[in-house]
Every structure is written in C-alpha cells, then in structure tokens.
Design a protein around this ligand. Structure first.
Ligand SMILES: *[C@@H]1O[C@H](CO)[C@@H](O)[C@H](O)[C@H]1NC(C)=O
Ligand SMILES: *[C@@H]1O[C@H](CO)[C@@H](O)[C@H](O)[C@H]1NC(C)=O
Length: 307
C-alpha cells in the first residue's frame, strides 16, 4: 500500500521543481503522432483505407498475419505523410514475451549504421519482418505526393521500430525526406554508438515521449549498454499537460530521476499475479489523445490543437 503513494509523491515533487515548455515541436504534430499510433491498435474495420483520424486520411495499412505490429500510412494537409507503428499488444502474453529478447545484434545494412552500433535483437527482427512491404507502400505514397515529407512514429515496441524504419528511410531516400521521428513511450533501442549515430542523422528532428512513471522507457537498462537518442519530452505528472523538454540523451533530471513503477501494487495485494506488471502510465493521455492501445477509442478521437 505504501509504495505507490510514495512513488507518486516523488514524481510530483520533481515535477514541481523542474521547468516546463520550450519544446521544439508543435503540439499539433505530437498530437497527430499519438492519434496515428492509437489507431494502429484498432481492428481491421477501423483501419479501412480512407478512415479519417483528425485531418489524417489512412492511405495504406500493413498488417501481416504473422506480425504483431500494424503499420499505418496517413496523408495529412498539415503534417504530410505519417508512418505509424503499433506497439506490443499488452493484452497478449505472447506479444510481451517477444519484448524480452533484448541481447545486442548487429544492425542490418539497410539501417546505414556504423560498425560499432548495436541494436536490440527483438526490435530489429520485428521491424525487418514488415520492412519490405512497408517500404513498398511508403514509396508509392511518396511518389503520389511529391514534396511531402514523412513523419515516422510509433508507440512502445512500435516506437523502437519507428526509429529503425526512420534510419532505413533516411538511408534509402536521403536526409531531407523525414521531417520528424516521434517515439512514444520508447524502450531503449540500441547501444551508445547507435544513439550517437542516430543523433547525427536526426539532429533536431527526434523526440521520445515518456508519460509519468512508465517503466518501458527504462528498459533495457543503461548498464547493459543501451542508450536513448537525444531529445525527450516528459509528461509529468502522467496524463497531464505539463511537458518538460530535455534536449540531450539520458538527462538525469528526466524520467531517469523517477523510480519507474513496474509492479501494480493493487494486483500484488489481491493476489492477481497475472496483472502484476503495472501498465498504467504506458497507456495514457498524450497531448489530448487517449492512447489506451487496445482499450482506446477506435477510430482514435480527440479535439485537435492548432499551433
Ligand atoms: C490483443 O490481444 C488480445 C488477447 O490475446 C486479443 O483479444 C486482441 O484482439 C489483441 N488486439 C490486437 C489489436 O492485436
Ligand atoms: C494515466 O492514465 C492511465 C490510463 O487511464 C491510467 O492507467 C494511469 O493510472 C494514469 N496515471 C496517473 C498518474 O493518473
């Protein structure tokens, strides 16, 4: 009983001490990314071509039968082309298990990374499964919409896959095609050299987003040589509109300063061992969008912010 209130108090105290705002991304972009991701968790009927999510029109969806991560491609008059990846289905134990294969792997040549860079095995595996189909679909959409730039986004494991997809798109189509990479609740995706190489390619175009005390961005741990790229927005307290910006990587005043909540204390106390992992803040309100994954609105609904 004691643990959780203590953690919440600690997080709230940090929020009060830190400054807010000065985020170099428009909230409307972050909101579109969150809504684009929410919709990837919806069923096929809500991912029919032509589905509208805010001002985004779904123009393609890639959902391979043997793959957990749906990839959606939208066109928006305000954001350009948006490629959004679904994350782990946290109602599915199978899907969660795949997240645990976190030994280092050599990056595929398609990522254009230097030799010392290493990536999370399971994420690269998931990204690569659908990459040729996603690339084919994306390239058709780019050809049909000349001059439009691409936003790459994803939630949870999808946030890691989005980073890898962005690298592959950059390698294949050149540095100017991507306008931003928005990783919502990302786990760490690669080692120190990965993070440095990613920063060099996407300087000023990347942000991770962490909601409150979500623990997913704290894994795999730093001591296993995993490091986030630079640029992070911390929504703190969770689900609020208090956004803190950290331009660097792994800032010690960011989410690393809070103790992530791994365990659902109520589940523990009631003996519900199946519900032991605390998913609370991993699905939450991000920029006015209920990113509640499989429990969320389908199609995604929100009140658009204009800025
Ligand atoms: C998530 O997993 C649950 C339980 O296996 C399943 O009922 C549901 O359809 C899955 N949802 C998605 C979006 O894959
Ligand atoms: C944030 O919202 C999610 C989803 O409703 C909820 O599970 C979580 O407890 C909320 N966190 C806080 C600190 O209110």
């Amino acid at each position: 009983m004691l643990l959780k209130p203590l953690l919440i108090t600690a997080v709230a105290a940090i929020a009060a001490a830190a400054s807010s705002s000065n985020i170099p991304f428009k909230t409307s972009l972050l909101q579109s990314a969150a809504a684009a991701c929410q919709n990837t968790y919806c069923n096929a009927a809500n991912n029919a071509i032509g589905t509208m999510v805010g001002d985004m029109t779904l123009v393609n969806t890639i959902a391979l039968p043997n793959d957990e991560q749906r990839a959606n491609i939208y066109i928006s008059p305000t954001q350009g082309i948006i490629l959004a990846y679904q994350g782990t289905n946290i109602s599915s134990v199978d899907s969660i298990t795949q997240d645990l294969v976190f030994f280092h792997d050599f990056p595929k040549p398609e990522l254009g990374l230097p030799l010392q860079a290493q990536v999370f095995f399971g994420f690269q595996y998931q990204w690569y499964k659908s990459w040729s189909q996603v690339d084919k679909a994306l390239s058709a959409v780019m050809q049909a919409n000349p001059g439009k730039k691409v936003v790459v986004t994803g939630h949870s494991m999808g946030a890691a896959i989005a980073q890898l997809a962005a690298l592959a798109i950059n390698k294949k189509y050149g540095g100017n095609i991507i306008s931003s990479v928005i990783s919502l609740e990302p786990p760490r995706t690669g080692n120190h050299f990965y993070s440095v190489a990613f920063d060099n390619i996407f300087k000023g175009k990347y942000t991770g987003v962490v909601n409150g005390a979500d623990w997913v961005p704290s894994v795999p741990p730093r001591f296993m040589d995993y490091q986030h790229p630079s640029g992070l927005i911390w929504i703190n307290p969770a689900n609020s509109t208090n956004y803190q910006w950290f331009a660097d990587s792994e800032n010690r005043n960011g989410p690393n300063s809070a103790i992530p909540e791994y365990i659902d204390v109520n589940a523990l106390l009631s003996g519900n061992l199946g519900g032991l992992l605390f998913w609370g803040d991993h699905q939450g309100v991000l920029f006015g969008v209920d990113l509640f994954t499989v429990l969320g609105n389908c199609p995604a609904q929100y009140t658009p912010i204009t800025d």
